[in-house]
Design a protein around this ligand. Structure first.
Ligand SMILES: NC(=O)c1ccc[n+]([C@@H]2O[C@H](COP(=O)([O-])OP(=O)(O)OC[C@H]3O[C@@H](n4cnc5c(N)ncnc54)[C@H](O)[C@@H]3O)[C@@H](O)[C@H]2O)c1
Ligand SMILES: O=C(O)C(=O)C[C@@H](O)[C@H](O)[C@H](O)COP(=O)(O)O
Ligand SMILES: [Zn+2]
Length: 362
């Protein structure tokens, strides 16, 4: 098993291995009640975890939420609060999030808001949630106007990644998670790019050694970046903190909103990274070879690299609600080279349009 430490007010570990869900006991210790918020596909596992905890003396309630983005809504949040009230959850009790990133984002936000904050344990069950969503304490929900516009920072007590849970995960979901791993490759660890490029098929095989190394490396990047800038508070053009993890997300999130949250997050981020690279090649000296490397490595695992379903002006307006924007200035994460992140402050509208035009598949 691999343990990756995250520095926070209360430091915690991301544990990656097989059977790590058995380790939940130590994290629940001291809580009289646990609420397990899970996606429908995990209902059997949620029930067996609940039974296990009951046998150890912890009262449990299981709360099933819709699969995917429909879980990240005000209505579902409110339903969860109602269930916690019915269960009599107190400040010494814990919420457990079991599922993909949509479920862990929601469950973390439930924990952040219930009684102004109770303990939270994350058990991610998708690639994307393991390498990204479950780590770092960003929690929240979407509103129609945009992605994750309502949320809080609330760090988990621990993150348990059981790679065996990924067996049976649809390939499209595996690949969506790889988009975030590839992002980590471009911003910090080029070895991840090598691992995908050398054998894209094996990279998408969740039972392979190659895949396990990609996951470990991506988690290490996420943990290191988050540990250095927990609240996304420090960034300048030369020293970029947690905002680096938002590479590809300014356009990516706008696409998700315009597609009414029906797209996979990683697919939208994939297009967003190509866009950001195209902008960076015009503003920050990113070599064209690196821009083309984006297209090649993303396409090698069947991630989308083109987009023609959008009205630019509408997408551009949504991008203004990106959380990195300050005042009227759009701020984009860019690269000077692989592993050299920069902030592109107030890019010229013409440059954005040019980068947008390169996404046209025709
Ligand atoms: N908080 C963060 O730092 C952060 C980081 C990255 C992404 N996110 C968020 O994460 C979300 C995307 O997460 P995701 O890609 O995991 O999507 P998801 O949670 O929607 O899960 C994808 C699908 O896989 C199913 N699923 C989950 N586990 C499964 C399993 N073991 N086997 C089979 N099916 C399974 C789910 O029911 C769902 O239908 C987005 O909302 C995104 O904004 C948050
Ligand atoms: O952890 C972070 O910080 C990230 O930006 C990781 C992203 O992959 C993730 O999608 C995050 O939820 C986006 O954050 P947001 O602040 O733009 O909503
Ligand atoms: Zn993301």
């Amino acid at each position: 098993m691999v343990c990756v430490a995250v520095k926070a007010e209360q430091p915690y570990e991301v544990r990656i291995g097989k059977g790590v869900r058995d380790q939940v006991d130590a994290l629940v210790a001291g809580a009289a009640r646990a609420a397990i918020i899970h996606q429908p596909v995990l209902s059997d596992r949620a029930e067996s975890l609940a039974l296990h905890l009951k046998e150890k003396g912890t009262q449990t309630v299981t709360i099933e939420v819709p699969p995917g983005e429909p879980a990240k809504t005000g209505q579902v949040l409110q339903d969860c609060w109602t269930r916690l009230a019915e269960a009599g959850m107190t400040r010494s009790d814990v919420v457990i999030g079991l599922g993909g990133g949509a479920a862990t984002d929601l469950a973390g936000f439930v924990a952040a808001t219930w009684l102004r904050g109770v303990g939270y344990i994350s058990i991610p069950t998708t690639v994307l949630a393991m390498v990204d969503a479950a780590v770092g304490g960003k929690t929240g929900i979407n509103i129609e106007a945009g992605k994750n516009l309502v949320g809080a920072f609330h760090e988990p007590r621990g993150v348990l990644c059981d790679l065996e849970l990924l067996i049976g995960l649809p390939r499209a979901e595996v690949v969506s998670g790889l988009a975030e791993a590839i992002k980590c490759g471009f911003i910090a660890d080029p070895r991840i790019l090598d691992l995908v490029e050398q054998d894209p098929d094996e990279a998408t095989d969740v039972t392979s050694v190659r895949f396990a190394e990609i996951v470990r490396r991506a988690v290490a990047v996420k943990a290191q970046v988050v540990s250095g800038d927990l609240r996304e508070a420090t960034s300048s053009a030369d020293t970029v903190g947690r905002e680096a993890l938002n590479y590809g997300h300014t356009l990516g999130h706008a696409i998700e909103a315009h597609q009414h949250f029906t797209w996979r997050h990683g697919e939208a981020v994939s297009i967003g990274m190509v866009f950001a690279a195209e902008v960076a090649s015009r503003t920050s000296g990113l070599p064209r070879t690196v821009v083309e490397r984006h297209r090649k490595v993303l396409a090698s695992v069947d991630l989308p690299i083109a987009y023609n379903a959008g009205d630019w002006d509408a997408l551009r307006a949504t991008m203004s609600l990106d959380k990195k924007a300050r005042g009227t200035a759009l701020r984009l994460v860019g690269l000077r080279d692989v592993g050299r992140v920069t902030i592109i402050d107030s890019p010229a509208e013409e440059v954005l349009r040019q980068a947008w035009a390169t996404l046209d598949p025709h």
